[in-house]
Design a protein around this ligand. Structure first.
Ligand SMILES: [Zn+2]
Length: 302
């Protein structure tokens, strides 16, 4: 039982360490920090180099799984909406694959690192391995505890209606937990980490705005996004600020007439009719059709 206790303590400590890193750095974590984790005076890298299954000596079950930013689509979403992770090679008895199957058998929570750029990862945790799809050399991963519980319901296939609902739910979780950070990263990178409206470069204040909301079917692609500081993102989302399809900013008429302190004067009114700053790569420019659709909504709000 001592081994299990060690396993639990190490995982809990690793999750707490990741919580602290996220509180300081946001969702994008550097491999330097992820390798610097220590547990009870022992240095324990949280991830395996580039892509792989992290096995820690003293633990039977894998601690983390990582995908490389160079092959982000190698690990995919299955028809049931659940995330799939490829084994290392095809040998079920290989050391690292065995540790993955052990994590499944013992229902140990793992960390999933997704490489989003060289040396930069997002961390999703805890995640669980639910099934092995041996013929395809991969495992099925639950990204939340409730998904794990739903999947393990034995009479799953006897309830096709529930299955469809589960699938939609699983897809939503995948979108929130995996695609959203990837979208943010790609958008901020395309805009050179500056607000497209005011050029602010403070990374900690920047966000990726959707032009067409994902709830309305907007896709998580760069051309459906714009990098904005927190205030301009909020102003865009609430139709205080609009972006015309010809890439010119408009501030809503009633807001232009308002009187207030410097934020209103400089950060909003002062930017009326300004041109947005576009990404250097033309293929990353915001989609004019999506902007037009969105701009109609802005005009209707004014
Ligand atoms: Zn701004």
């Amino acid at each position: 039982m001592a081994a299990n206790d060690f396993d639990e303590r190490l995982r809990a400590s690793a999750f707490a360490y990741l919580d602290r890193l996220k509180a300081i750095h946001g969702e994008f974590l550097s491999h330097v920090d992820l390798k610097a984790f220590t547990f009870e005076d022992r240095h324990v890298s949280l991830l395996q180099h580039m892509r792989g299954i992290r096995v820690v000596s003293g633990l039977d079950a894998a601690l983390s799984i990582t995908t490389s930013f160079k092959s982000p689509y190698e690990d995919e979403i299955g028809p049931d909406g659940y995330f799939r992770y490829k084994w290392q090679g095809k040998d079920e008895d290989a050391y690292d694959n065995r540790s993955l199957l052990r994590a499944m058998r013992d229902q140990r929570p793992l960390i999933y690192f997704e490489g989003v750029a060289s040396g930069v990862y997002t961390a999703t945790y805890p995640v669980w391995i639910m099934h092995s799809e041996a013929d395809q050399h991969r495992v099925v991963v639950a990204l939340t505890e409730d998904l794990q519980w739903q999947r393990s319901t034995p009479d799953l296939l006897q309830h096709p209606v529930d299955l469809a609902a589960r699938q939609r739910y699983a897809e939503r979780i995948v979108r929130q937990r995996l695609h959203q950070p990837r979208f943010s990263r790609q958008v901020l990178q395309a805009y050179g980490y500056r607000c497209t409206v005011c050029r602010l470069r403070r990374r900690e204040l920047l966000e990726a705005a959707h032009i067409k909301d994902d709830a309305q079917g907007g896709r998580p692609v760069v051309t459906n996004g714009m990098a904005m500081c927190a205030i301009h993102h909020r102003a865009f989302d609430t139709n205080v600020l609009g972006v015309r399809p010809d890439y010119v900013v408009e501030i809503r008429a009633d807001v232009m007439k308002d009187q207030d302190g410097p934020t209103l004067r400089y950060a909003l009114q002062g930017l009326d009719r300004a041109r947005i700053v576009l990404p250097r790569r033309p293929e990353a420019h915001p989609d004019r059709n999506l902007l037009e659709e969105r701009y109609h909504g802005f005009k209707a709000a004014g």
